[in-house]
Design a protein. Structure first.
Length: 249
Protein backbone atom coordinates (compact mmCIF):
# COMPACT_ATOMS: atom_id res chain seq x y z
CA UNK A 1 0.00 0.00 0.00
CA UNK A 2 1.96 3.03 1.28
CA UNK A 3 5.68 3.28 1.92
CA UNK A 4 6.12 6.61 3.69
CA UNK A 5 9.33 6.48 5.76
CA UNK A 6 8.17 7.10 9.32
CA UNK A 7 10.09 5.91 12.43
CA UNK A 8 7.58 3.06 12.65
CA UNK A 9 5.10 2.71 9.81
CA UNK A 10 2.66 -0.07 10.58
CA UNK A 11 0.21 -1.06 7.84
CA UNK A 12 -2.76 -3.32 8.55
CA UNK A 13 -5.10 -4.75 5.87
CA UNK A 14 -8.04 -3.98 8.16
CA UNK A 15 -8.58 -2.52 11.63
CA UNK A 16 -11.55 -1.54 13.71
CA UNK A 17 -9.75 1.59 14.90
CA UNK A 18 -6.21 2.81 14.28
CA UNK A 19 -6.26 4.76 17.56
CA UNK A 20 -7.18 1.63 19.50
CA UNK A 21 -4.43 -0.37 17.81
CA UNK A 22 -1.79 2.28 18.44
CA UNK A 23 -2.74 2.41 22.13
CA UNK A 24 -2.51 -1.38 22.29
CA UNK A 25 0.99 -1.30 20.80
CA UNK A 26 2.07 1.39 23.27
CA UNK A 27 1.06 -0.88 26.12
CA UNK A 28 3.44 -3.52 24.75
CA UNK A 29 6.49 -1.50 23.72
CA UNK A 30 7.94 1.99 23.42
CA UNK A 31 7.34 3.40 19.97
CA UNK A 32 9.24 6.42 18.60
CA UNK A 33 7.57 9.74 17.97
CA UNK A 34 5.93 10.07 14.53
CA UNK A 35 5.08 6.36 14.43
CA UNK A 36 2.06 5.70 12.22
CA UNK A 37 -0.63 3.02 12.29
CA UNK A 38 -2.58 2.99 9.04
CA UNK A 39 -5.14 0.83 7.32
CA UNK A 40 -6.96 1.02 3.96
CA UNK A 41 -10.07 -0.34 5.68
CA UNK A 42 -11.14 0.94 9.07
CA UNK A 43 -14.34 -0.78 10.14
CA UNK A 44 -15.20 0.99 13.39
CA UNK A 45 -13.53 4.37 13.27
CA UNK A 46 -14.18 6.57 16.26
CA UNK A 47 -14.80 10.29 16.39
CA UNK A 48 -15.16 12.68 19.29
CA UNK A 49 -17.27 11.37 22.20
CA UNK A 50 -18.25 8.13 20.50
CA UNK A 51 -19.16 9.41 17.04
CA UNK A 52 -18.52 6.98 14.19
CA UNK A 53 -16.50 7.48 11.02
CA UNK A 54 -17.34 5.80 7.70
CA UNK A 55 -14.56 4.91 5.29
CA UNK A 56 -14.73 2.86 2.09
CA UNK A 57 -11.92 0.39 1.35
CA UNK A 58 -8.86 2.00 -0.33
CA UNK A 59 -10.63 5.31 -0.84
CA UNK A 60 -9.57 7.46 2.10
CA UNK A 61 -6.78 8.08 4.57
CA UNK A 62 -7.45 6.49 7.96
CA UNK A 63 -4.45 6.51 10.25
CA UNK A 64 -3.15 7.42 13.70
CA UNK A 65 0.04 9.29 14.48
CA UNK A 66 2.05 9.17 17.70
CA UNK A 67 3.43 12.40 19.15
CA UNK A 68 5.31 12.87 22.40
CA UNK A 69 4.75 16.54 23.33
CA UNK A 70 6.46 16.34 26.72
CA UNK A 71 7.46 20.00 26.33
CA UNK A 72 3.81 21.08 26.48
CA UNK A 73 2.05 21.70 29.77
CA UNK A 74 -1.06 19.50 30.13
CA UNK A 75 -3.44 22.45 30.36
CA UNK A 76 -2.24 23.52 26.89
CA UNK A 77 -2.96 20.17 25.24
CA UNK A 78 -5.60 21.73 22.96
CA UNK A 79 -2.69 23.12 20.94
CA UNK A 80 -2.17 19.60 19.61
CA UNK A 81 -5.69 19.69 18.20
CA UNK A 82 -4.97 23.12 16.71
CA UNK A 83 -1.80 22.13 14.89
CA UNK A 84 -3.25 18.87 13.56
CA UNK A 85 -6.30 20.75 12.26
CA UNK A 86 -4.14 23.40 10.63
CA UNK A 87 -1.91 20.80 8.98
CA UNK A 88 -4.97 19.21 7.38
CA UNK A 89 -6.25 22.58 6.15
CA UNK A 90 -2.76 23.28 4.77
CA UNK A 91 -2.72 19.92 2.98
CA UNK A 92 -6.15 20.28 1.39
CA UNK A 93 -5.15 23.66 -0.01
CA UNK A 94 -1.88 22.28 -1.38
CA UNK A 95 -3.15 19.07 -2.98
CA UNK A 96 -6.60 20.20 -4.13
CA UNK A 97 -6.46 24.02 -4.21
CA UNK A 98 -9.47 24.13 -1.89
CA UNK A 99 -9.96 26.40 1.11
CA UNK A 100 -11.03 24.24 4.03
CA UNK A 101 -11.96 25.47 7.49
CA UNK A 102 -12.03 24.18 11.06
CA UNK A 103 -15.40 23.67 12.70
CA UNK A 104 -14.70 24.04 16.39
CA UNK A 105 -13.12 22.18 17.96
CA UNK A 106 -11.49 20.16 15.15
CA UNK A 107 -13.78 18.94 12.38
CA UNK A 108 -12.49 19.96 8.96
CA UNK A 109 -15.13 21.39 6.66
CA UNK A 110 -15.39 22.62 3.10
CA UNK A 111 -18.33 24.98 2.95
CA UNK A 112 -20.98 23.20 5.05
CA UNK A 113 -19.72 19.64 4.50
CA UNK A 114 -17.32 17.56 6.59
CA UNK A 115 -14.23 16.28 4.82
CA UNK A 116 -12.09 15.16 7.75
CA UNK A 117 -12.55 13.98 11.31
CA UNK A 118 -9.92 14.06 14.03
CA UNK A 119 -9.75 12.20 17.32
CA UNK A 120 -7.03 13.40 19.70
CA UNK A 121 -6.30 11.20 22.71
CA UNK A 122 -3.71 12.41 25.22
CA UNK A 123 -1.99 10.53 28.01
CA UNK A 124 -0.76 12.49 31.02
CA UNK A 125 1.98 11.05 33.23
CA UNK A 126 2.49 12.91 36.46
CA UNK A 127 2.62 16.61 35.64
CA UNK A 128 3.39 16.34 31.93
CA UNK A 129 1.99 15.01 28.70
CA UNK A 130 3.37 11.54 28.05
CA UNK A 131 2.08 10.95 24.54
CA UNK A 132 -0.62 12.00 22.11
CA UNK A 133 -2.42 9.84 19.56
CA UNK A 134 -3.88 11.82 16.67
CA UNK A 135 -6.40 9.79 14.71
CA UNK A 136 -7.26 11.23 11.30
CA UNK A 137 -9.90 10.23 8.78
CA UNK A 138 -9.64 12.26 5.57
CA UNK A 139 -12.16 11.65 2.79
CA UNK A 140 -10.11 11.54 -0.40
CA UNK A 141 -11.70 9.45 -3.17
CA UNK A 142 -14.95 8.12 -1.71
CA UNK A 143 -17.93 9.21 -3.80
CA UNK A 144 -20.84 7.48 -2.07
CA UNK A 145 -21.52 7.60 1.66
CA UNK A 146 -24.05 5.22 3.16
CA UNK A 147 -23.97 5.98 6.89
CA UNK A 148 -26.31 8.43 8.62
CA UNK A 149 -23.55 11.06 8.86
CA UNK A 150 -25.35 14.24 7.82
CA UNK A 151 -22.90 16.00 5.53
CA UNK A 152 -19.79 14.09 4.35
CA UNK A 153 -17.81 15.10 1.29
CA UNK A 154 -14.50 14.08 -0.31
CA UNK A 155 -11.75 15.68 -2.35
CA UNK A 156 -12.90 13.61 -5.35
CA UNK A 157 -16.45 14.94 -5.08
CA UNK A 158 -15.22 18.50 -4.82
CA UNK A 159 -12.74 18.41 -7.68
CA UNK A 160 -13.70 15.44 -9.90
CA UNK A 161 -9.99 14.57 -9.77
CA UNK A 162 -8.22 11.39 -8.71
CA UNK A 163 -5.69 11.59 -5.88
CA UNK A 164 -2.75 9.39 -4.98
CA UNK A 165 -3.31 8.41 -1.35
CA UNK A 166 0.38 7.95 -0.68
CA UNK A 167 1.26 11.43 -1.92
CA UNK A 168 -1.56 13.03 0.07
CA UNK A 169 -0.38 11.19 3.17
CA UNK A 170 3.23 12.26 2.69
CA UNK A 171 2.18 15.88 2.31
CA UNK A 172 -0.04 15.69 5.37
CA UNK A 173 2.64 14.13 7.57
CA UNK A 174 5.13 16.74 6.40
CA UNK A 175 2.69 19.53 7.27
CA UNK A 176 2.00 18.03 10.69
CA UNK A 177 5.72 17.96 11.38
CA UNK A 178 6.05 21.61 10.34
CA UNK A 179 3.12 22.72 12.51
CA UNK A 180 4.37 20.60 15.41
CA UNK A 181 7.76 22.31 15.14
CA UNK A 182 5.99 25.68 15.46
CA UNK A 183 4.57 24.40 18.73
CA UNK A 184 7.97 23.13 19.90
CA UNK A 185 9.56 26.55 19.39
CA UNK A 186 6.63 28.28 21.13
CA UNK A 187 5.10 30.04 18.12
CA UNK A 188 1.78 30.13 19.96
CA UNK A 189 0.69 33.51 18.58
CA UNK A 190 1.15 32.25 15.01
CA UNK A 191 -0.75 29.05 15.73
CA UNK A 192 -3.58 30.93 17.48
CA UNK A 193 -3.88 33.44 14.65
CA UNK A 194 -3.88 30.79 11.91
CA UNK A 195 -6.36 28.63 13.83
CA UNK A 196 -8.84 31.45 14.39
CA UNK A 197 -8.53 32.66 10.80
CA UNK A 198 -9.44 29.14 9.65
CA UNK A 199 -12.47 28.82 11.94
CA UNK A 200 -15.78 27.85 10.33
CA UNK A 201 -18.39 30.63 10.52
CA UNK A 202 -16.01 32.97 12.32
CA UNK A 203 -17.72 36.03 10.83
CA UNK A 204 -21.23 37.22 11.57
CA UNK A 205 -24.14 35.70 13.46
CA UNK A 206 -25.07 32.06 12.99
CA UNK A 207 -27.45 29.55 14.50
CA UNK A 208 -26.28 27.42 17.44
CA UNK A 209 -27.97 24.96 19.74
CA UNK A 210 -27.29 24.24 23.41
CA UNK A 211 -29.25 22.41 26.10
CA UNK A 212 -31.76 25.28 26.25
CA UNK A 213 -32.44 25.37 22.50
CA UNK A 214 -31.47 27.32 19.40
CA UNK A 215 -30.08 30.85 19.39
CA UNK A 216 -28.04 33.13 17.13
CA UNK A 217 -24.58 34.27 18.10
CA UNK A 218 -21.17 35.16 16.74
CA UNK A 219 -17.88 33.53 17.66
CA UNK A 220 -15.89 35.75 20.00
CA UNK A 221 -12.87 33.77 21.22
CA UNK A 222 -11.48 30.27 21.61
CA UNK A 223 -9.13 30.15 24.58
CA UNK A 224 -5.93 28.13 25.04
CA UNK A 225 -7.86 25.26 26.63
CA UNK A 226 -10.29 25.09 23.71
CA UNK A 227 -13.30 26.72 25.37
CA UNK A 228 -15.55 28.56 22.90
CA UNK A 229 -17.02 31.95 23.77
CA UNK A 230 -20.03 33.11 21.78
CA UNK A 231 -21.79 36.48 21.95
CA UNK A 232 -25.53 36.37 21.30
CA UNK A 233 -27.59 39.18 19.80
CA UNK A 234 -28.34 40.64 23.22
CA UNK A 235 -24.60 41.03 23.82
CA UNK A 236 -24.44 38.21 26.36
CA UNK A 237 -21.31 36.09 26.39
CA UNK A 238 -21.76 32.32 26.51
CA UNK A 239 -18.83 29.96 27.16
CA UNK A 240 -18.89 26.30 26.14
CA UNK A 241 -16.73 23.23 26.43
CA UNK A 242 -16.74 20.47 23.82
CA UNK A 243 -20.18 18.99 23.07
CA UNK A 244 -22.01 21.63 25.12
CA UNK A 245 -23.04 23.54 21.99
CA UNK A 246 -23.44 22.64 18.33
CA UNK A 247 -23.70 24.48 15.06
CA UNK A 248 -27.08 24.39 13.32
CA UNK A 249 -26.24 23.46 9.74
Amino acid sequence: MMTYSAPAFLVYPELESTNTELKRLLNEKKLPEYSVVITPHQTAGRGQVGNGWESELNKNLTFSLLLRPTFLEPHLQFYISKIISLAIVDTIKQVAEIEACIKWPNDIYVNDSKICGILIENSILGSQLDYCIAGIGLNVSQEHFTSDAPNPISLKQLTSKDFNLELVLEQLLENIEQRYHQLEINRLDLINNDYFNAIYRKNGYHAFRDEKGEFEACIDTINEMGLLTLVDKSGKQREYAFKEVSFVI
